[in-house]
Design a protein around this ligand. Sequence first.
Ligand SMILES: Cc1ncc(COP(=O)(O)O)c(C=O)c1O
Length: 390
Amino acid sequence: MSMEQWLSEKINKTRKAGLYRELRTMSNAPEPEMTVNGSPQLIFSSNNYLGLANDPVLIAKASKTIQEFGVGSSGSRLTTGNTIWHEKLEQRIADFKRMEAALLFSSGYLANVGVLSSLPEKGDVLLSDQLNHASIIDGCRLSKAETVIYKHADMGNLEKKLKETQTYTRRFIVTDGVFSMDGTIAPLDHIMKLAKRYDAYVIVDDAHATGVLGESGGGTSEYFGVSPDVVIGTLSKAAGVEGGFVTGARLLIDFLLNHTRTFIFQTALPPSSCAASSAALDIIENSQEKRNRLLKKVRRIKSTLEEMGFTVYGGDTPIVPVIIGEADKSVRFSNKLQENGIYAPAIRPPTVPKGESRIRLTVTASHNDSEVDHLLTKFNDIGRELMIIS
Ligand SMILES: Cc1ncc(COP(=O)(O)O)c(C=O)c1O
């Protein structure tokens, strides 16, 4: 069979299952309203939770650093890519997360894969939440440790698994802080207590919580007042830039710098991104009022959708998953939203379980009341038309 034949068959299967994916093209900067495939759309699907991706202070900082340092870093951190901006940002992240030290990665994806594939060893076990992000799953797959899945945020089930895994050398509980497709907040206070009782380490991926949860935006650790062993995060969501990081004890960071392949064999982030991220963290720490406004908006959207009759998942986070059910119906819902000037893609299997396809709304601090009103009106209209609500 030729490669063309073989791949056509596979793609046709994907199409038939209603799971075909396509790129859409944005032709302006990240704002609540953007031009998507040539038509103006209200964006309710970006991770730009605090509106920083197009912030003038960050743009000025990045531009100035480009003038001084150029556009690329020219090498890995261990060769020629390490600049004062990488070191400044790592110190800034460590202070922000109230940890001893931090290490930058090119993305949050690579930070998760790197930590999970290098830290746990053969003879260890990773206890991983059922709904953890793909990058955690991939990290677990690459690890020489075994992986045991516990039911999503189910502390009884986690305790059961901890009891069943006492013969392993080391146990690592790994969880998202805020779950990307469900918007739930991990019960980190409870997880920490279990970890202490059963002598396990805790690794948290705070990609969606950083900048959003906690008094100064420090994430789930600050929100619950706890200090996990390893906190991973990204600068690509609330911070509005790019790059991943790991924070923890200085010794942990030294270990990762020496042993983590996704750190060692990667070109360093551009210095301009590091400078912009550093400025973003300054803004994030002083954005309590913005966070409160964002939370108010989230609560209004969730309660209104629930009153209409929709099933809405998640906690007090900007991720608002509205359950539609079948994959093709979710795609139709999303297409109708787009016809009405709202961009919120359908999320389908394998990203979410079968029968739980959804419109994953994300709300940002930049959305105004009339944009939210328009969203809610259209959800009501389309929900009735597709007989999801009555
Ligand atoms: C929970 C979670 N972890 C990690 C990542 C990866 O972060 P990045 O986009 O920086 O690679 C994402 C982003 O998609 C995410 O949702």
